[in-house]
Design a protein around this ligand. Structure first.
Ligand code: ADP
Length: 588
C-alpha cells in the first residue's frame, strides 16, 4: 500500500508540474500574441489617421485646383472674391492668397492674413513658384513656420487663362488644424501618443513632446537611441510597420506603429507610440485569470488524487480485514479438522484396543470352559470322579460369571454412551448406601479372588490386611438416586483401592460441603501419575504398570462410575500422588 500511495502522489506532482509548465508556456504565447495584437491595433489607428489627413489635404487641393481651372476674373479683387465661399464652405484653410505672375502677393482671404505686396519669389520661394508655373500642376512645399506661429503647409496651384500664365493660388493649411482633428485625440490620454514627421524627419506634430514640433528628431531628441533612429529612418523612407524602442526618459519600452501620409508628391509619416506596458496590463489580467485557473486545476488534481488515495486505502483495509477474517476462519476450521482427526485416530486406537481386549477377554474364559467340558466328557464313560467333576463345573461357572460381568460392563458402557442408562431414582440414604457397599456380601469383584465367592468388601479387605475406615460426618443426607447403581460405584472404587494397595488402609469420608454431599474414597496404594488422572475415566484406559497387568481388569469400571455419577447430576475426579495413594472425590 505505501508504494501505491507514493505512485499516486508522484503522478499528482507530475500533473501539477505539467499544468504549471503548460500555463507558463501558454502565458508566453499569449504575451507574444497580445503584443502583436496591440501593435496591429496601433498600426490600424495610425492608418486611419493617415487616411483622414490624406483625404483632408486632397480635398482642399482639389477645391483650389477646380477654382484655378474655373477662374474667369483673374484680377486681384476677382480672385479674392472667389476665395471667400471656398474658405467658408471648406473649413481648414488658414488663408488663400493670389500671387501674380511675378511672384508678389496681390490679394487673398482673409485680408488680415494676406501679406499683400510681399514678394514671395524673392523671399526664397522661387523654386516652388517656378515649378507650379512651368509644370502647370499643383506643387506642395514643405511645412514652414507661419508668421503667426505654428507650422503651415502650402499648395501652389497655377492659374492659366488658356496659355497665359496669370499667377498662382497659394493655399495655406495650418498643420495644427490637421493634428487637432486627426492626431491629438486618437489615443486616450495616458495610454500613448501620436506624432507626425515630414519626409526629411522634421516633427510636424508630437502629442508628448510639443517642444519638438518644427525640429528634427534625429540628432537631438533621440541622439543615443539607435532603435528609435532606426524607426525614424524607416518612416522617412516611406515605409509602414510596427517596432519597439526603449524610451530612456520614461524608462519604458515603446511600441511604435507608423504609416506614410501621401499628399501628391510629398510623403509624411504618422505614428503612434504606446508603452509596451499597455500590453502587459492586458497580459496581467489574462495571467491572473490563468493563475486562478491553474490553482483550480491543481486543487482539483490534489483533491482527486487524495480522494483516490483514500478510496484505495479503504479498499485495501477492507481487503486486509476480509483476508484476516478468512485466514482466521481457515485456521479455526484447520484446528477443528485437526481435533476431529485426533479424535478419529483416538477412536480408531480405542476400537483396536477394544477388539483385541474383548476378543482376549472372551476367548480366555471360553477356552477354560471348553477345556473343562472336554474333561467332563472324557469322564462320562469311565468311573465317576466326583471331585474332578465338581472342580470342572466350578471352572465353568467361574468363567461364565467372568463373561457375564464383562458383557454387563460392556452393556453399561454402551448404554452410557448412547444415553440409554436407565436410573431408578428414589430418595435414598447416602450413608446407608456407603455402609451397604462395604458390608453387604456379594460375589468378589474382578481381580479379588474367585468371583463366585460371596463376601463383603470389608471381609476381603481384612483378608489382605488392609482395613477400611468409614468417616461419615454429620446427618446422613437423603438424596434422589438409584441405590443399586450408586452401590455399584462405591464397590468399584473400593475394589480398585484394594487392588492397587499393598499396605496401609482405605478410608471413606463423607460430608456435606456447601449443601452438597461429598464422598472421598482414599487409599495408600501405588497412586496414579498426574497425566493419567483424567484419562483413567476413559473406557478401556488402564495405567501402564506391572501391577495393573498383574491384577488384570478391563478398564471399564471408572468409565461406568463416571457415567452413573454424571447421570445423577454429580461429578467424579481423582487426586493422587504416585507411591502415596489415590483419592476419588464424588460430588453429588
Ligand atoms: P480396571 O480396574 O478394570 O482396569 P478401571 O476403570 O476401574 O478399570 O480402572 C482403570 C485404571 O485406573 C486401572 O487399570 C488402574 O490403572 C487405574 N486405577 C483405578 N483405581 C486406582 C487406584 N485406586 N489406585 C491406583 N490406580 C488406579
Amino acid at each position: 500500500m505505501p508504494h501505491r500511495r507514493f505512485t499516486i502522489i508522484a503522478v499528482a506532482v507530475v500533473l501539477i508540474v505539467l499544468v504549471a509548465w503548460l500555463g507558463h508556456s501558454t502565458n508566453r504565447e499569449v504575451e507574444a500574441i497580445v503584443q502583436q495584437q496591440l501593435g496591429e491595433q496601433q498600426l490600424l489607428l495610425a492608418r486611419q489617421s493617415a487616411a483622414g489627413i490624406e483625404s483632408f489635404l486632397e480635398e482642399k487641393t482639389v477645391l483650389i485646383e477646380v477654382l484655378a481651372a474655373d477662374a474667369t476674373d483673374t484680377s486681384p479683387e476677382g480672385m479674392a472674391q472667389s476665395f471667400i465661399p471656398i474658405y467658408y464652405r471648406s473649413r481648414g484653410f488658414f488663408a488663400i492668397q493670389f500671387v501674380n505672375s511675378t511672384g508678389v502677393v496681390v490679394s487673398g482671404y482673409p485680408a488680415e492674413d494676406t501679406p499683400v505686396g510681399f514678394d514671395l519669389y524673392k523671399a526664397n520661394k522661387n523654386q516652388a513658384f517656378d515649378r507650379a508655373r512651368d509644370r502647370r500642376e499643383t506643387y506642395i512645399t514643405d511645412p514652414t513656420p507661419l508668421f503667426e506661429g505654428g507650422l503651415g503647409s502650402y499648395a501652389w496651384v497655377p492659374v492659366y487663362d488658356d496659355d497665359e500664365f496669370k499667377g498662382v493660388i497659394l493655399a495655406v493649411i495650418r498643420i495644427s488644424t490637421l493634428s487637432r482633428q486627426f492626431l491629438a485625440d486618437a489615443i486616450p490620454e495616458g495610454h500613448g501618443y501620436m506624432y507626425m514627421i515630414d519626409h526629411s524627419g522634421y516633427s510636424l506634430y508630437d502629442g508628448a513632446h510639443e517642444e519638438m514640433i518644427g525640429k528634427k528628431y534625429i540628432g537631438s531628441f533621440c541622439a543615443n537611441n539607435s532603435s528609435y533612429a532606426e524607426i525614424l529612418r524607416e518612416q522617412i523612407q516611406k515605409r509602414g510597420g510596427t517596432d519597439y524602442y526603449f524610451d530612456e526618459i520614461t524608462g519604458e519600452r515603446q511600441i511604435v506603429a507608423y504609416t506614410p501620409v501621401v499628399w501628391r508628391d510629398r510623403v509624411w509619416s504618422v505614428a503612434t507610440s504606446v508603452p509596451a506596458s499597455e500590453a502587459e496590463t492586458l497580459i496581467r489580467s489574462v495571467y491572473h485569470k490563468q493563475m486562478l485557473f491553474i490553482a483550480i486545476v491543481i486543487t482539483i488534481i490534489l483533491a482527486g488524487s487524495s480522494g483516490i488515495v483514500l478510496i484505495f486505502s479503504r479498499w485495501n483495509k477492507e481487503l486486509e480485514d476480509e483476508v484476516e477474517r478468512k485466514t482466521e476462519d481457515l485456521q479455526r476450521s484447520n484446528m477443528e479438522l485437526e481435533a476431529a482427526n485426533t479424535r478419529l485416530l483416538e477412536l480408531d486406537r480405542l476400537k483396536s484396543e477394544f477388539v483385541s481386549m474383548v476378543s482376549h477377554e472372551l476367548k480366555t474364559p471360553l477356552t477354560s470352559i471348553k477345556t473343562s467340558a472336554d474333561v467332563l466328557k472324557s469322564l462320562s464313560g469311565s468311573k465317576k470322579d466326583d471331585r474332578t467333576e465338581k472342580e470342572m463345573l466350578a471352572i465353568i461357572d467361574r468363567n461364565i460369571e467372568r463373561q457375564r460381568r464383562l458383557v454387563n460392563d460392556l452393556l453399561d458402557v454402551s448404554r452410557i454412551e448412547t444415553g440409554n442408562l436407565k436410573l431408578s431414582l428414589e430418595p435414598v440414604d447416602l450413608y446407608d448406601i456407603i455402609r451397604e457397599s462395604v458390608e453387604s456380601r456379594r460375589t468378589r469383584p474382578e481381580g479379588m479372588g474367585v468371583p463366585l465367592h460371596v463376601e463383603s468388601m470389608r471381609t476381603i479387605a481384612e483378608e489382605i490386611g488392609i482395613p477400611i475406615h468409614l468417616d461419615l460426618q454429620g446427618e446422613s443426607p437423603t438424596i434422589t438416586g438409584d441405590r443399586d447403581r450408586l452401590v455399584q460405584v462405591f464397590v468399584n472404587l473400593i475394589g480398585n483401592a484394594l487392588k492397587f494397595t499393598k499396605e496401609g488402609e482405605i478410608r471413606i469420608c463423607a460430608r456435606t460441603v456447601d449443601g452438597h454431599p461429598e464422598i472421598r474414597v482414599s487409599d495408600t496404594g501405588i497412586g496414579i501419575p498426574p497425566e493419567e488422572l483424567n484419562r483413567i475415566f476413559d473406557k478401556f484406559h488402564q495405567v501402564d504398570s506391572g501391577l495393573t497387568r498383574e491384577v488384570g481388569g478391563t478398564g471399564l469400571g471408572l468409565a461406568i462410575c463416571k457415567g452413573i455419577i454424571e447421570g445423577h447430576g454429580g461429578s467424579i475426579r481423582a487426586e493422587s500422588e504416585v507411591g502415596k495413594g489415590s483419592t476419588f472425590v464424588i460430588l453429588l
